[in-house]
Design a protein around this ligand. Structure first.
Ligand code: SF4
Length: 471
């Protein structure tokens, strides 16, 4: 497992000590943050129960704390993209969690007394649901590429599966996009090994997915377009020319979707160009707020764009896309990465919270998504990376919510969405971080029939064969 330290934080006492320490914080978000930080593992019975579930896509990063080559039971083609936990001894309300495999995690998804559950230290802490596969996952292009390798979980399209920020001098230090593409190819378990798919193929799949979504009355459908940076050219095109072609074609297709686009911060003219091409929401992913850490963690972004320009251009983009239309991601926890990150939780929380205040006061929504400590990343190769203290995540998300309450009139709302193709991704908080759940849980914004909605769209989760028994 390289430089990723295991943890001994495996029992209910640890978890309960956090519930007591932060009585004002939803238990669900504390547990979710621990699960994202330490990853999860699946028993044989837990894996068998995933038959028919929406399989993990490896669409961009691996989000695993273990290399694919070490997944000896074929976990990478069996585990669900995400799962929902609910109920259990704490009466948890549902939250959805991105699957991040780690054989060293204290959290095990298992079958106990015929039910699919999450356990730690041999004790059940929640029930678990795996989402069913949407119908379009069974379809393929004429060259055999499955639709779901082009559009993952009904929404996500990785247009370019590599990044030209390459090597130690440029690649973001938490990122395994290039290594993930390499390990997918080596595994021979994925069909789509070319880094780019044609515009026509992408539009064909987009229209099919949007058609399916209309059939389940999902309301307006949206796609997230992502991919690596193009520093020079790709197929003879600059970054805006290359991505612009897909944006225009998807926006002009029969799907007529809402488009969210992930790209480097760029000057106002380029933002205006993307908006005119059809982008509705833009993710100028800054990754870490503090200037010194931005330069260390994102060498390519720092060298080619710089912290000052990044911040200035996000603010200009808010004028182009409107309040709430700019939503940068932050890789929450890299503030404490070794050797140059903060050693103190208080300092790390203070630094990023100042960033939240700066951005939200300007109508920009920061999205703190948790660092997963993928083993092939520069951060994990260069130093031992112990788990980021749970106190950091709990305090930071609590500050995010306080700030959100202050500026919410200028920021996107949570809740009030229709279930769509993958219900839990639309009705619950984003799977990579707990900020959305914090709002939904604190303000009770779930639909009344949330559990029924999720159960109906899950593979069987009770009366299962095998697994353990609790005496
Ligand atoms: S810009 Fe950074 S985070 Fe994004 S794909 Fe390239 S190296 Fe990875």
């Amino acid at each position: 497992m390289g430089n990723i330290s295991p943890t001994s934080e495996s029992n209910l006492d640890v978890l309960e000590s956090f519930f007591k320490k932060y009585p004002d914080v939803p238990k669900e978000t504390i547990l979710k943050q621990h699960l994202l930080s330490l990853g999860q593992w699946f028993s044989d019975a837990g894996l068998r129960a995933a038959a028919g579930a929406l399989v993990k896509s490896y669409r961009l990063f691996s989000y695993d704390l273990v290399p694919m080559a070490e997944l000896k039971r074929g976990e990478h083609r069996r585990v669900p993209e995400h799962f929902v936990m609910l109920h259990g001894p704490y009466g948890l309300r549902p939250v959805a969690i991105q699957t991040s495999l780690s054989p060293h995690s204290p959290y095990l998804v298992d079958v106990v007394d015929g039910r699919l559950v999450l356990t730690t230290g041999g004790r059940v802490i929640a029930d678990v649901r795996y989402p069913k596969t949407p119908e379009y996952y069974a379809k393929s292009l004429s060259d055999g590429t499955p639709y779901h390798e082009i559009v993952a979980f009904g929404t996500f399209i990785t247009i370019f599966r590599n990044c030209q920020y390459w090597g130690a001098r440029e690649e973001c230090k938490f990122c395994d996009i290039n290594e993930n593409a390499r390990q997918m190819k080596l595994s021979r378990d994925f069909t789509l090994t070319a880094p780019v798919k044609s515009v026509e193929d992408v539009v064909q799949v987009v229209e099919a997915v949007a058609d399916d979504a209309r059939k389940v009355d999902s309301g307006p459908h949206g796609f997230v377009l992502s991919g690596g940076t193009i520093t020079k050219t790709l197929h003879g095109k600059t970054e805006p020319e290359f991505y612009g072609e897909y944006i225009r074609a998807i926006k002009g297709s029969a799907a007529k979707p809402r488009i969210t686009f992930e790209v480097n911060a760029r000057p106002r003219e380029e933002m205006e160009w993307y908006k005119a091409a059809g982008v509705d929401i833009i993710h100028l992913n800054m990754e870490v707020w503090e200037k010194r850490l931005f330069e260390w963690i994102n060498p390519g972004k720092a060298h080619r764009i710089g912290w000052d320009n990044w911040v200035r251009w996000m603010c200009e983009a808010a004028e182009v896309f409107g309040k709430g239309g700019v939503q940068p991601s932050f890789v929450s926890g890299v503030e404490m990465a070794r050797p140059h990150g903060y050693r103190s939780v208080a300092e790390a929380v203070k630094s990023t919270s100042a960033g939240f205040e700066y951005l939200m006061s300007r109508g920009i929504l920061p999205r703190p998504q948790q660092w997963r400590r993928e083993p092939s990343t520069a951060l994990c190769k260069e130093a031992e990376q112990p788990p980021v203290p749970l106190d950091f995540y709990v305090q930071l998300t609590r500050n995010w919510y306080e700030c959100y309450q202050k500026y919410r009139s200028n920021l996107p709302r949570f809740g009030n969405r229709r279930p769509g193709l993958v219900a839990e991704r639309r009705l619950l908080g984003p799977v990579h971080g707990a900020y959305g759940d914090y709002v939904l849980l604190n303000e009770n914004l779930y639909p009344d029939d949330i559990e029924e909605q999720i159960n109906r769209r899950s593979v069987p989760f009770e009366n299962l064969q095998g697994g353990s028994c609790v005496s």
